[in-house]
Ligand binder design. Sequence first.
Ligand SMILES: Cc1cc2nc3c(=O)[nH]c(=O)nc-3n(C[C@H](O)[C@H](O)[C@H](O)COP(=O)(O)OP(=O)(O)OC[C@H]3O[C@@H](n4cnc5c(N)ncnc54)[C@H](O)[C@@H]3O)c2cc1C
Length: 309
Amino acid sequence: MLRNILLKLSTSDTARQIISHFGPARRVARRFVAGETLDEAVAVTRSLNRRGIKAILNEVGEEVASKAEAVAAARSCQVLLQRIEAEKLDATISLKPSHVGLAFGPDFCYENIAGVVQAAQTLGITVEIDMEHSADVDDTLAIYHRLLDTFGEGIRQALQAYLYRTSADLQRIIARGGGVRLVKGAYRESKEIAYQGKKDIWQAAKVLIVQCFTPEARKNRLYLALGSHDPALIEWLIQIAETRKISRSSFEFQMLLGVRHGEQQRLADLGYQVRVYVPYGRAWYPYYMRRMAEYPANVWLIGRAMFEG
Ligand SMILES: Cc1cc2nc3c(=O)[nH]c(=O)nc-3n(C[C@H](O)[C@H](O)[C@H](O)COP(=O)(O)OP(=O)(O)OC[C@H]3O[C@@H](n4cnc5c(N)ncnc54)[C@H](O)[C@@H]3O)c2cc1C
């Protein structure tokens, strides 16, 4: 119930006005968001890289109101790429289709992302595409496949285990090779299209992990990034990789900034590839509220911050 309230608040403008100006909430946000500027994100990334952890840099932002805003968002991805190159950071970048204009049609969105991927490819940087609401999945996957047709590699697509359709979507990617970020899913979806219970989602994620290591997936060099903090899923992936003798270079663990910091370091110290999602930017509010909704115990962090002043 608290999860639903928090997800509702994440899309409310009034709540955004109040919460994003509330001191304790802003202080807690700094745990999950690197800061409002690219300089702050670069500093966080440098410190992760020094500890053997890679990053996914993401300027937070969602649905834009005009084509000009979408083009500007794609342009700031290009600035980000140049900065990664200039600072020699070990990082990919991530973007949301809605932020680069999906609402104005898949062709327009494709052109914006293709410009980013082209620039990224010349610099040898991977571009990761987030997955948003279920209504956007068809268009997002069509864009991803079109990008693979054009650029061949260097692009990774997030897939959500809670959607019933995901096994079929994954199979289409496996058939041609590519890269996926497998996550449980962070949006509110109906029971007609998505598993609702934690156990069902967990079971679906386990089956999808196995699917990523079939002989066909390995032959086609599918790359798996598991975007999860769930200890049981992480252990499941480690076990499968060990029993099937899968090289540690063909998968990685991804986690969010501010979540299970110790586990990120433990896995990196064991020699696994670990990548941390480093969001930054002025539009941090909806991102932050979704992190609250995923783990409502985080709300207590705000209470604590109120008393710490
Ligand atoms: C790198 C990355 C990229 C992602 N990209 C997408 C995307 O493109 N689309 C999408 O829909 N979703 C995305 N997600 C979110 C994902 O779908 C889940 O909502 C989120 O990861 C929580 O699920 P979990 O697997 O970590 O397991 P959970 O069972 O939710 O968490 C396991 C444990 O991790 C800790 N934990 C988890 N979340 C939090 C938190 N927010 N705060 C504090 N502790 C926490 C808790 O200890 C919890 O018990 C992404 C997640 C990651 C890590």
